[in-house]
Design a protein around this ligand. Structure first.
Ligand SMILES: *Cc1c(COP(=O)(O)O)cnc(C)c1O
Length: 411
């Protein structure tokens, strides 16, 4: 625990409420309404033109959600934050805002399952190509980027392969070619990871995971650091002439998010605001248990390929430590003999739960190839390179000894 304190670079601050609540509520009330009323037509006009900052309709903005967005803004150091209905909504909104028909996205095939499917299948119908490459190979990335590349996209630690790209190198590569770097940072939250230190232009997060405070709700965030000059973007260059560095923010707020109807629900923002208040505590416990559990699993003869980038023998240990400190997330993978052994092991567990999701308060186990990647064709299954004897464990807040004992009784 001593060590993890050194890694904390962002404290979770409590923002004062934007207005004194009529009842003196200490936390932000849930404004669970669709529309907002105005005294005059003039005020209504100003609100709709975005001149007064007044809310008009909760698909577009809402005080409870805005409060949550402002807190995230302060914690992360982002210039603009938009809260949406899921991590996938965050990713799809970003690409709807920066891609165009004929554009390509340079990324790795090692991606969260739905992200892989979004880039490969969904965006393809709109003329957007997912250009998969090895993001760890500088030359290959350089070769893949061309004048039609709308973004380089990476997960900061890939799920479930747990690969770590050098973000500064990747950002430099992208920027030399006038392309923005977009990352998914779901796997390591802000108390220990700060995107602005690595030249990341846009950050997406599934707030369903650590932030929701124990898997209470589905949500996503888009963080804009306004470090990219959008006049290099064929899609946004015209807007950049008037909006400058805010071109993406304007596009996202005034067009994409409201047109896709993906704004976060007020009740979700309320739950995730609560989650945010305990994020640091929960992260400290889960991540330090994860490291200790990874070390323990390495001593179990039936278990092979224990993968957690916080282990000193891990090939990504040094870069992981540089970017995320000593506790890079609370998820690990390991292998057993074969699929059948994995299934039997899963079925015998009593403390660890059989469920998808990450960073619930409960520890969760899943066999990724038969579930998350289960519906992919054999060709695509080969492409994602998820071994059939691999299990993914998301470590929760249970007592570490109970987790060890559960694993040993199930082995
Ligand atoms: C879960 C997850 C997502 C998708 O988030 P949802 O909130 O489920 O839509 C995207 N990326 C990563 C790395 C994830 O773990």
């Amino acid at each position: 625990m001593e060590d993890i304190r050194k890694d904390i670079i962002t404290q979770v601050l409590s923002e004062p409420l934007p207005l004194k609540d009529s009842y003196g509520a200490l936390s932000m009330p849930v404004y669970s309404n669709a529309a907002f009323e105005f005294d005059t037509a003039e005020e209504m006009e100003d609100a709709f033109l975005g001149k007064s900052g007044m809310h008009t309709y909760s698909r577009i903005s809402n005080p409870t959600v805005e409060y949550f967005e402002n807190r995230i803004k302060n914690i992360s150091g982002a210039e603009h934050v938009l809260a949406v209905s899921s991590g996938m909504a965050a990713i799809s909104n970003v690409f709807m805002g920066i891609a165009w028909s004929g554009a390509n996205i340079v990324t790795s095939p090692h991606l969260f399952g739905n992200t892989f499917s979004l880039l490969l299948f969904t965006l393809k119908a709109f003329g957007v190509e997912a250009r998969f490459c090895n993001l760890l190979d500088k030359q290959e990335v350089e070769r893949c980027i061309d004048e039609k590349t709308c973004a380089v996209f990476a997960e900061i630690i890939t799920n479930p392969h747990l690969e770590v790209v050098d973000l500064k190198v990747l950002s430099q590569l992208a920027h030399e070619k006038n392309v923005p770097l977009v990352v998914d940072s779901t796997i390591v939250p802000w108390p220990v990871f700060k995107a602005s230190r690595f030249g990341i232009d846009l950050e997406v997060v599934s707030s369903t995971k650590y932030l929701s405070g124990g898997a209470t709700s589905i949500g996503g965030l888009i963080l804009d650091y306004q470090t990219f000059d959008w006049k290099h973007s064929p899609r946004l260059k015209q807007l950049a002439e008037t909006a400058g560095k805010k071109a993406f923010q304007v596009k996202l707020r005034s067009e994409i998010s409201r047109n896709t109807g993906s704004y976060m629900a007020p009740h979700t923002a309320h739950l995730q605001n609560l989650g945010l208040e305990t994020l640091l505590l929960r992260y400290q416990k889960a991540a330090s248990s994860c490291l200790q559990l990874a070390e323990f699993l390495q001593t179990v003869p039936e278990i092979t390929d224990v993968n957690y980038t916080g282990l000193s023998g891990n090939p990504f240990y040094a870069i992981s430590k540089k970017q995320f400190g000593s506790y890079p997330g609370a998820m690990l993978t390991f292998s057993l003999k074969d699929r059948q052994t994995c299934f039997a092991f899963i079925n015998r567990l009593k403390v660890i739960r059989r469920a998808t999701n990450l960073f619930d308060n409960k520890s969760l186990i899943i066999h990724p190839l038969s579930t998350i990647y289960g519906t992919l064709s054999p060709e695509y299954k080969k492409m994602v390179e998820v071994p059939d004897n691999m299990l993914r464990l998301s470590v929760g807040l249970e007592d570490l000894e109970d987790l060890k004992a559960d694993i040993m009784q199930a082995i």
